[in-house]
Design a protein around this ligand. Structure first.
Ligand SMILES: Cc1cc2nc3c(=O)[nH]c(=O)nc-3n(C[C@H](O)[C@H](O)[C@H](O)COP(=O)(O)OP(=O)(O)OC[C@H]3O[C@@H](n4cnc5c(N)ncnc54)[C@H](O)[C@@H]3O)c2cc1C
Length: 565
């Protein structure tokens, strides 16, 4: 509930190496690869200056472009919307510019170590994120079925919540070999990770998250499953994930992706924006002072891609929204895959048919958020009668589901994320305007906090998003359904192009959809690095033997293969 780590493991964890998003599907040390002084590889000098198209200026596209530029290639970034993609930080009209809202990613686990490499590189600072019952969170209110409980720690909640937390720990231990896997990932014990994971993939690929709970002795009580779904673990209720493949959930809990979250001070969008402008110290071919920005006329990416097709000589031809047509030897595609089925006119020859099937079967989670700016963090006022905070981080089964309180000190304006929802809970907001949403949210919260006048503190108009309704996005992030393992494997391994027919090479996939841990920015970075490796090889390059890349060690760590018959 507060933590994804069963208690026994948590105590021992202090003596163990830190947990990182190392596998379980492809246990490759992206963080070590990035830190190594030998760099990510070299391409022959004859290829220096060659253009590579990068479709999408989100984190994955910008990391790809940045690393390709450092190798001496000339990335040409196409972006339909704005640099940052799902790292989208917005302000409030008429309010101080320091007040911001994270419409996409807002909290990052320390286990995202490849992501951290870039956060540190551009000099961004992080701070603890106020998740439910987290240390940085002064108090949490859990409101279910009209009953409200105030808690500063899990111990303050009624016994049934602790029973549910224990049931989750037991369920993971019994059904998913939790401690052994957590330890193997910490120790980067590749054979052990592969041994455990291959059995689980075979056993559980056809299982939903909910089915996994139901199969466990620990969760035989419906009431416990219901509370678990509504309050969940780590970041809050996870019942909207119940229909998804349990493998998706296991990846999150093993790697503690849902724990110890930190927010980026000033907003996460600064990361891709700073990389765009960054002039690397070490780069090949380009003069010192070159940045992605300086390589793009007008300092801006090219507009949306509208057409992709193969042309003679295994080239890929890209048409953009300004009608410009350019042809490349390599293209890295980082937008959501369904774009290839809808907004972008594609020819069938771009991918083998099995990859098209995998793209078609992609499944997304919807997500909505709404933020309001307030005059001050009034929630920290003490209720004279109860001695408690007047308002708290709130988890509820009402429409709002999760309410987050975000402040920067007691005497400054602050921000409330009145509601953060997923899937069906997000779709409930879809027909409503920002103001209509805010009214329903204030009504829900008014039932929980009858004595608090939230409205009187609001100092600006709400900002909202429903990612399923954004023109260049198809939902918030990918979430595989049962039976999707094979599809995910095809997409993730697509960067190993020497295994593809010659006429299917040159177009690389990267980004959240391609990653094993969709919904976590770490996966966008890891898949970008795979694509960088793939492009480097495509241009006849190689890594330094002292720092083998993901493709160099692929055969030793390749994701488990399930039979196709
Ligand atoms: C609501 C929400 C909450 C999240 N929470 C977290 C979190 O707490 N922690 C975490 O680590 N991660 C979180 N994530 C996930 C994280 O935001 C993503 O993994 C990451 O930002 C994805 O980066 P990307 O580059 O793969 O994709 P994107 O950011 O989607 O980038 C793709 C880009 O392609 C562009 N594009 C689309 N079509 C075209 C076209 N035709 N031509 C050119 N460009 C095009 C888009 O405009 C976009 O900018 C969250 C995401 C969402 C939506």
């Amino acid at each position: 509930m507060t933590s994804t780590v069963p208690n026994a493991v948590e105590t021992a964890a202090e003596q163990q190496p830190p947990i990182t998003m190392f596998g379980p599907d492809f246990p490759y040390a992206y963080d070590d690869f990035l830190a190594h002084p030998a760099g990510l590889g070299q391409i022959p000098a004859t290829e220096h200056g060659s253009e590579v198209a990068v479709v999408g200026g989100g984190l994955s596209g910008i990391v790809t472009a940045y690393e390709l530029m450092k190798m001496g290639l000339r990335p040409v970034v196409y972006e339909a919307d704005r640099i940052g993609g799902r790292l989208r930080t917005v302000g409030f009209d008429g309010c101080d510019a320091s007040l911001t809202a994270e419409m996409g990613a807002m909290r990052f686990p320390p286990s995202s170590t490849a992501l951290k490499h870039y956060i540190d590189l551009v000099g961004l600072k992080t701070r603890p994120f106020p998740n439910p019952l987290a240390e940085a969170t002064p108090s949490t209110v859990v409101d279910l079925k009209g009953e409200t409980h105030y808690a500063e720690t899990l111990e303050d909640l009624p016994q049934v919540y602790r029973d549910v937390a224990d049931a989750w720990a037991r369920c993971l231990q019994e059904g998913a070999d939790f401690s052994r896997m957590n330890r193997a990932i910490r120790e980067r014990d590749v054979p052990r990770i592969r041994e455990i994971w291959s059995k689980l993939v075979e056993k559980l690929d056809n299982q939903t998250f909910y089915g996994f709970l139901c199969d466990s002795e620990a969760f035989k009580s419906f009431r416990h499953r219901e509370i678990f779904g509504q309050v969940g673990f780590g970041t809050g209720g996870w019942d909207t994930d119940f229909p998804n493949s349990v493998l998706e959930i296991l990846r999150v809990v093993y790697t503690e992706a849902d724990d110890h979250h930190r927010g980026i001070v000033g907003g996460s969008q600064q990361l891709p924006l700073r990389l765009w402008e960054r002039e690397p110290d070490k780069l090949v071919h380009w003069p010192y002072g070159t940045s992605l920005k300086s390589l793009h006329p007008g300092g801006a990416p090219r507009p949306a891609v509208t057409r992709l097709h193969r042309t003679a000589g295994d080239r890929i031809t890209v048409t953009d929204a300004h009608g410009e047509i350019r042809t490349y030897r390599a293209v890295v595609f980082t937008a959501q895959s369904w774009m290839l089925l809808s907004k972008i006119d594609c020819d069938d020859e771009l991918f083998p048919i099995d990859h098209w099937t995998a793209i078609e079967r992609t499944h997304y989670m919807e997500s909505s958020k709404l933020f309001v700016p307030v005059d001050r963090p009034f929630w920290l006022d003490r209720d004279a009668r109860t001695g408690r905070d007047v308002m708290s981080m709130t988890l509820t089964d009402r429409m709002t589901r999760g309410t987050y309180l975000l402040d920067d000190g007691p005497d400054r304006p602050a921000v409330i994320c009145l509601s953060y929802t997923w899937c069906d809970d997000s779709l409930k907001w879809l027909p409503l305007s920002a103001n209509e949403r805010m009214e329903v949210m204030l009504k829900s919260l008014g039932e929980i906090y009858p004595d608090v006048d939230i409205r009187k503190h609001i100092i600006g108009s709400p900002v909202t998003v429903s990612w399923e309704n954004e023109p260049y996005f198809m939902g918030a992030f990918k979430a595989n359904l049962p039976g999707h393992y094979r599809y995910q494997r095809r997409l993730f391994t697509h960067f190993m192009q020497d295994r593809l027919p010659a006429d299917k090479r040159g177009l690389f996939l990267a980004g959240d959809d391609i990653s094993w841990t969709a919904g976590w920015a770490e996966g966008a970075v890891q898949t970008a690095l795979n694509a960088v490796w793939g492009v480097m090889r495509h241009f006849g390059g190689a890594t330094d033997p002292a720092n083998p890349g993901p493709g160099d060690v692929y055969d030793e760590i390749a994701p488990v293969e399930l039979p196709e018959d």
